[in-house]
Design a protein around this ligand. Sequence first.
Ligand SMILES: Cc1cc2nc3c(=O)[nH]c(=O)nc-3n(C[C@H](O)[C@H](O)[C@H](O)COP(=O)(O)O)c2cc1C
Length: 308
Amino acid sequence: MSDFIIDVAPVQGHTDAAWRHFHKSIYGGCQSYYTPFIRLERGDFRKHDLKDYTSELNGNHEVAAQVIFRDMAELRPLIEGLVERGVKRIDLNTGCPFPLQTAKGRGAGFIANREEYFRIPSLLKEHGDVEFSLKMRLGYSDPDEWRGVMPAIARMPLKHVTLHPRVARQQYGGDLYLDRFTDFLEACPHPVVFNGDIRTPEDIERAKTSFPGIAGVMTARGVLGRPSLIAEFEEGKEWSREERLEKMLHFHRELLCHYESTLCGDSQILSKIKPFWEYAEEEIGRKAWKAVKKASNIAKYHSAVAMI
Ligand SMILES: Cc1cc2nc3c(=O)[nH]c(=O)nc-3n(C[C@H](O)[C@H](O)[C@H](O)COP(=O)(O)O)c2cc1C
């Protein structure tokens, strides 16, 4: 395998330990996965965050624990608590655009807190045995905001920085600032991973050729809608739609069996399994996609999946 990184991004409500486990066992390919962000609630870890990180299902894949924080008073206990639990890889989320987080100065809101931003390097250096990475946007509303924190980023001991070249105000749509990505790549002394709108094997190839200096790519919605994306790129050939769907249905069966054996009641199971298809409209067709979305009980859900 080449050194080119191909990571599966963290996505709240989608890439839980079970999804990551079966994705890895069925498709292989991906170098690293990330937990959806872990945060403190009233000064402590939330139980379900820890459950995801400590799950036995993590045994078959490399996973980094991702944390979201508003200051060092939150980041320090998050790092220390994870280190106590044996964590060796931690990703810092400074890119989340969800207003609930940014309004509290977390995620993409953190960039405004320069004083705290410049405290990160020394805190990370206290944990020399942990591998850190940073995930970020260009800024909150200004695509040049990153320039002001680059001196702090440069001093952080990082494995890599993953940059999604949008500003938080754009949420997940609108054009990527590809020119700013180039500027960032030149200015950043760490390996840089490209994230944003990678949906097909050609998109990975295009990122490689457009930005020869990148260390790799990270995909979120793309791999959720087309879970074979990385395997196809690694094999150097696109799979037919039939092959992709057959494998995706297999992946879905494994995940559904797992949820059926660990969750209680149809509504819990449905709320966990329905998001599996959220980004797959193009792959499975609008009719089936809408039927899955509308399914109000397990029987209707099975009929909807049978349409695929
Ligand atoms: C519903 C949703 C939840 C997300 N949750 C997280 C998260 O927990 N941590 C994080 O760093 N990024 C999160 N992201 C952002 C993705 O990891 C990724 O950076 C973004 O979707 C852009 O990549 P894409 O164009 O490949 O989807 C989330 C995105 C979506 C749409």
